[in-house]
Design a protein around this ligand. Structure first.
Ligand SMILES: O=C(O)C1=C[C@@H](OP(=O)(O)O)[C@@H](O)[C@H](O)C1
Ligand SMILES: C=C(OP(=O)(O)O)C(=O)O
Length: 432
């Protein structure tokens, strides 16, 4: 366990930076590159622990994957290149690896065992296991197949028409991936739009997927061709710096090469609604993904209500938005975010406990939280609870706290942002 003592700096964030590659897109690049025929090159790949787990999973199935810094080369041989792994596959902390992999493995004629760390072991897997079992896979696991460890006997799948009851891109993607390996046309209907990187990337690999209103259709048994993928910077990682700049007086920060996919930009909408001084410049479209720069200056902020369809567009940003809200004028209410309870931690509980330790008046509700604004943050001894997003939120809070902050379990930040502390130090140097 690593403990970090974080001293308040009370300094502006100044200058220009980039953030590491998008986690969701990095996972999918490995998955599609492994299913495709021919070589796939992935640049600006996120070398976070979660994405490395996805690489290891496909390597365990015999796919040749080379990692050189942030460039990954996958020697895809189509489905024929995937073999039965000799050992159980370890998924670490990664919900995305687990849920997407269940969809793929369901369509392969082998037996698999999946397991994860303590956090992943208590996150629900039946949300994907149930629909892909309906398609023909045989899946069992702890507590009647709800949780890891999971055993999967994959094979011939039939298509399905599935309306997802959960606002989850992982569920949608898991079923679409099973649909890619199935006979016939699989349809997934989602009432609330979630991130669409699976759909975009399928097109980039030469596949076909269509969307009509809220129904996504995919034809099974398509042949995918290897390609080059340039991963945009992760807006979910950028969010920590955007909020740090918004709440640190005198800041003027630009983040270049960030993914601006509209299914992910809820954080920008929230910042704008709260009065942040923020400018977005969209520059290019790569692999169906818009990329651009975000500039932000500190400004006065006001509380707001965040609810409804915006929630999946910023689900991973809610911990850092809670901190933002604590610095705004007036109350902020977050609703419709019950999915927070199924993340690396129950993020309603972990955000509330953490903010309370800093002296913020905050109350958890069944599907969100109510945060009082204009809070001055006191120094505190806090724990990430092994949740990377809570760990980074604590680090940002420490910048403006009135005393030192002790962060326990800081190492989990490497799940999505291994260089977080050095990037933060670098951007603070300019103002020292
Ligand atoms: O599909 C993805 O890459 C992700 C979807 C989201 O999860 P849910 O689909 O469970 O909401 C998000 O929280 C996670 O970090 C990444
Ligand atoms: C919820 C997250 O990831 P995952 O579901 O892949 O563990 C996250 O990165 O905040």
């Amino acid at each position: 366990m690593s403990i970090k003592i974080l001293k308040p700096v009370h300094r502006p964030l100044l200058g220009v930076m980039e953030v590491p590659g998008d986690k969701s897109i990095s996972h999918r690049a490995i998955i599609f590159g492994s299913l495709a025929n021919g070589i796939t090159t992935v640049s600006h790949f996120l070398d976070g622990e979660d994405c490395l787990r996805t690489i290891a999973a496909f390597q365990a199935m015999g796919v040749s994957i080379e990692v050189q810094g942030h460039t990954v080369t996958i020697h895809g041989q189509g489905l024929a290149g995937l073999k039965e792994p000799k050992q159980p596959i370890y998924l670490g902390n990664s919900g995305t690896t687990a849920r997407l992999l269940i969809g793929v493995l369901a369509g392969l004629p082998y037996h698999f065992t999946l397991y994860g760390d303590d956090s992943l072991t208590i996150r629900p897997m039946d949300r994907v296991a149930i629909p892909v079992s309906e398609m023909g896979a045989i899946i069992d696991g702890r507590d009647n197949g709800k949780y890891l460890p999971l055993s999967i006997r994959g094979g011939i799948l039939k298509s399905i028409s599935f309306e997802t009851p959960i606002k989850s891109a992982q569920v949608k993607s898991g079923v679409l991936l099973a649909g890619l390996l199935a006979e016939g046309i699989t349809e997934v209907t989602e009432r609330t739009t979630t991130r669409d990187h699976t759909e975009n990337m399928l097109l980039a690999f030469g596949g076909r997927v269509t969307k009509e209103q809220d129904k996504i259709s995919i034809k099974g048994k398509q042949r995918l061709e290897g390609t080059s993928i340039q991963v945009p910077g992760d807006i979910s990682s950028a969010a920590f710096f955007l909020v740090a700049a918004a709440i640190s007086k005198g800041s003027n920060l630009t983040i270049n090469n960030v993914g601006l996919n509209p299914t992910r930009t809820g954080i920008i909408d929230v910042l704008k609604k709260m009065g942040a001084d923020i400018t977005i410049v969209e520059e290019k479209l790569i692999g169906g993904e818009p990329i651009g720069s975000i500039s932000i200056k500190s400004s006065s902020l006001k509380g707001t209500v965040i609810e409804g369809d915006i929630i999946p567009r910023m689900i991973d940003e809610i911990p850092i938005i809670a901190l933002l809200a604590s610095q705004a004028e007036g109350e902020t209410i977050i609703r419709d975010a019950e999915e927070l309870r199924y993340k690396e931690t129950d993020r309603i509980e972990s955000v509330v406990k953490t903010m309370q330790a800093f002296g913020v008046k905050i109350e958890g509700t069944s599907d969100g939280m109510i945060i009082a604004g204009e809070s001055s943050l006191q120094g505190a001894e806090v724990d990430s609870y092994g949740d990377h997003r809570i760990g980074m939120m604590i680090a940002v809070a420490s910048l403006i706290a009135n005393g030192p902050v002790t962060l326990e379990n800081a190492e989990c930040i490497a799940v999505s942002y291994p260089k977080f502390f050095s990037d933060l130090e670098e951007i603070l140097k300019t103002s020292s």
